[in-house]
Design a protein around this ligand. Structure first.
Ligand SMILES: O=c1ccn([C@@H]2O[C@H](COP(=O)(O)OP(=O)(O)O[C@H]3O[C@H](CO)[C@@H](O)[C@H](O)[C@H]3O)[C@@H](O)[C@H]2O)c(=O)[nH]1
Ligand SMILES: [Mn+2]
Length: 770
């Protein structure tokens, strides 16, 4: 009768599979998975679940230990009369197991009931070639027990058994009767050691003792599952008690581990090795775990119809931890706890506890209940050992100390999912008469001529129009005449590249030309003086002005920016003369004294700014090269213009000089110009001396620069930028109106200019209203 699968399956993976029809078997399914994983199985784990009767929380828990959680349709026995013969009407949906044969994505499945704990991982079962194997049933050994099966999924067996299920063909009303009928005598019997089914009234203790070391898996058949009975339902030393202890050992290893980290729970050898006899020792510590087992009637109530199952699932959902807790303990005598227990009594009750408990336990238990009833505080020992409420495995993860659990669940795992199914339509596909034709005439036409080069940008700064000729060269290169960079350089006549901006030229080289006289001959814009002028003591006459403050182009550029800013911030848009964009370079280079009240030292007066000395380039490291001028074996090139030799440069000494210079200047300023200073006579904060503005330079300029104009408000471009908002527009406007004669000519005696300027500033209505 059995359709032997041999072909038909396409899967390649070997998996252990179990079945979860209700949340009440979740502890069993979890312990089974952990027992296999702890035994280091190499196979993956699968849980078949019926989504209509298993809660999302339970599925989440399953996913923490099972590789695959596969929804399957529940197969209800519509003629469950035979279930009553064995008093297991809760197994109305046991036919759901038939879905195993439909899982043809797997090569071979070792199916294991959720009420099984593995002592070792029986991976060798996957090597059995027979399509169906099972172990004898203890109640009728000619039959096999369907709690452990080695099967090869195939649709033939599936359809055959589905046909039986639809007609209710099962002598016990559940899957075991059906599957035994289907495979009848055509099954491969495997050892009872793969499916040891103990009972409280175990009949064959000598055999158990003889074979116990070869036990692979233990199957808690019947309605009294370990997690229903509670930890202390059996505290004896019978084989059954020992096997129950083994189940709890796995449970404790994985679901009481969280207590260990809190120091509230000390591991006991009994949880690792349940065959040791110390349950009585544990008794007081874990008295809360002696929870009522499931009773027949209530399980029946729960399983009789799908709606009550759904109610229960909801239950589990709402009282997740509390209810789970109730499965294992009912410690707290608080009204809340007892209410929860009452609510959860759909599947637990206490009346069966005494039957499975020995007298000693009962007495101790009764005493404790009495204590609770009297409202007395529990004994201290009990307080210590009070088990915390159940925590799901994920919440015990300490992210600061441990990596995420290997099988941790993804986020949002409980979001609703939509399942799409393949079309079952058998109508053949008819393509449309014609598809729209693609558009025509689509191609890219390559331009015949290259696009015209964009017009060169108008130069703004002097170094753009007058690019200096690099004075540093490499020996192994021909001296560069003009380095063209971009289009701006093309405008620069090479003959005009005379002045040297130290920050500008090439940075990579270090060797300089010997002669710089030629280059200094005809500067277009002010030349930054070379350090040679004041090599003896460059700091005594050092000016704090900026060399570029006198470059007309820069001055104009800053003016433009300032005007623009003012026009925006003060909404002076109609009164500011912005420079015309068409102005020529000639216009730019025209001498201007627009925005400055003071002048700066001339080129001759002003010493060089310090420059960073260039490293010494020795391209002839390996020999050869021009003759040396230092008696060194290595030839040395002439120094760059204005760059001191490296040997002349002592950074510490220069810093020292700089500091001295500043303090001296500060003293001079305090002594000489205190009277007419508008600024407070106090030293600048340490370290900020170098940050003085050009105004300050002017004030202390007896030595270095022309006298500042008295009463200068917003006298320099830099100060203007800073104090923009404090200066009245009528004061500022003439400064930036482009009127060239507002300010005096620079000079050491600036009285006249001061007056001149004062008049100009004082005249009302002077803001440019052009
Ligand atoms: O409320 C339930 C009932 C059953 N199951 C699942 O179905 C399996 C079978 O139920 P179980 O209580 O384990 O049955 P047993 O007490 O083991 O009874 C015997 O009889 C059953 C019906 O024939 C067979 O399925 C079992 O393999 C066989 O050992 C369980 O392991 C679970 O995987 C649930 O998930 N929730
Ligand atoms: Mn079972």
């Amino acid at each position: 009768m059995a359709v032997q699968g041999g072909g038909g399956w396409t899967g390649e993976e070997d998996v252990y599979a179990t079945l979860l029809l209700t949340d009440t078997y979740l502890p069993g399914a979890l312990v089974l998975a952990h027992s296999l994983r702890d035994a280091a199985t190499t196979k993956k784990l699968v849980a078949l679940v019926t989504l209509d009767t298993v809660s999302a929380e339970a599925i989440t828990e399953l996913k923490s230990v099972y590789h695959y959680v596969i929804p399957v349709p529940r197969i209800l026995n519509v003629q469950p009369a035979n279930l009553q013969l064995m008093n297991r009407t809760d197994l109305h949906s046991a036919f759901t197991k038939i879905n195993l044969w439909k899982q043809t994505q797997f090569r071979k499945i070792v199916y294991i009931d959720a009420d099984v704990v593995a002592y070792r991982a029986p991976d060798e079962l996957f090597d059995i070639t027979h399509p169906f194997s099972a172990a004898p049933d203890i109640g009728w050994p000619d039959l096999f027990n369907t709690g452990v099966m080695v099967l090869t999924p195939n649709m033939g067996d599936y359809y055959a058994m589905m046909a039986m299920a639809e007609r209710g063909i099962s002598f016990d009303g559940a899957d075991q009767g059906l599957i035994n009928t289907h495979f009848r005598n055509n099954y491969n019997r495997i050892s009872f050691a793969y499916n040891v089914t103990p009972s409280a009234h175990y009949q064959y203790i000598p055999a158990f003792r003889h074979f116990q070391s070869s036990i692979n898996m233990v199957h808690f058949i019947g309605s009294d599952k370990p997690w229903f009975q509670g930890r202390h339902a059996s505290t004896g030393s019978s084989p059954f008690d020992e096997m129950i202890g083994r189940w709890w050992a796995v449970y404790d290893r994985h679901y009481r581990a969280a207590y260990l980290t809190k120091g509230e729970y000390q591991p006991r050898s009994s949880h690792i090795e349940p065959f040791s006899k110390q349950h009585s020792d544990e008794h007081h510590g874990h008295v809360h775990y002696e929870n009522p087992p499931t009773t027949q009637s209530q399980v029946q109530h729960h399983h009789h119809d799908a709606s009550s199952s759904a109610v229960h699932s909801q239950h589990y959902h709402q009282h997740d931890s509390a209810q789970y807790h109730d499965i294992h303990s009912h410690q707290a005598p608080s009204p809340q706890a007892s209410m929860q227990q009452h609510e959860s009594s759909s599947f637990v009750s206490s009346d069966a506890v005494s039957s499975s408990r020995n007298n000693e336990d009962n007495q101790a238990k009764a005493g404790e209940e009495q204590i609770r009833a009297q409202g007395l505080p529990p004994p201290p020992a009990e307080e210590e050992q009070k088990p915390p409420p159940f925590e799901p495995s994920m919440s015990s993860w300490d992210a600061q100390r441990q990596p995420p659990p290997a099988e941790s669940k993804p986020e949002a795992i409980n979001f609703p999912a939509t399942t799409y199914e393949m079309s079952t339509s058998t109508a053949p596909f008819i393509p449309p008469q014609h598809y729209p034709s693609p558009p025509k005439g689509m191609w890219y036409e390559v331009p015949k001529e290259a696009p015209a080069a964009s017009a060169p940008l108008k130069p703004i700064f002097p170094w753009e129009a007058n690019r200096p000729k690099p004075s540093r060269i490499f020996l192994d290169e021909a001296p560069r005449v003009t380095q063209e960079v971009g289009t701006r350089d093309s405008n620069a006549p090479s003959g005009e590249q005379q002045h040297v901006f130290e920050t500008e030229p090439a940075v990579e080289s270090s060797v300089t030309e010997s002669s710089t006289v030629e280059q200094k001959s005809e500067p277009v814009t002010p030349v930054t003086p070379t350090i040679q002028i004041s090599l003896a003591d460059p700091w005594t006459s050092y000016s704090l002005s900026n060399a570029w403050d006198e470059v007309p182009e820069i001055e104009r550029y800053v003016d433009t920016i300032q005007k623009h800013q003012r026009s925006r911030s003060r909404k002076f848009s109609g009164t500011i003369n912005l420079p015309s964009p068409g102005e020529s370079v000639e216009d730019i280079t025209r001498p201007r004294r627009g925005s400055k009240l003071t002048d700066f030292p001339s080129e001759a007066e002003r010493p060089s700014l310090p420059v960073t000395p260039a490293p010494i380039h020795r391209p002839w490291f390996w020999g050869g090269g021009p003759s040396t001028s230092q008696g060194d074996s290595a030839p040395v090139l002439p120094a760059a213009v204005g760059v001191p030799g490296q040997s002349d440069w002592d950074p510490m000494a220069q810093l020292q000089k700089l500091a001295t210079q500043h303090s001296e200047e500060l003293l001079k300023r305090l002594d000489g110009s205190g009277g007419d200073s508008e600024l407070p006579l106090r030293p600048a904060p340490l370290g900020s001396e170098a940050l003085v503005s050009p105004t300050y330079v002017a004030r202390s300029a007896q030595v270095l620069s022309p006298q500042p104009v008295k009463g200068s408000a917003g006298s320099s471009s830099v100060l203007d930028l800073v104090t923009d908002e404090e200066i009245a527009p009528e004061v500022i406007a003439p400064l930036f109106s482009g009127e060239e004669n507002v300010f005096s000519k620079p000079g050491p005696t600036s009285e006249g200019s001061s007056l001149e300027r004062g008049e100009s500033l004082g005249s009302p209505g002077s803001p440019t209203a052009s």
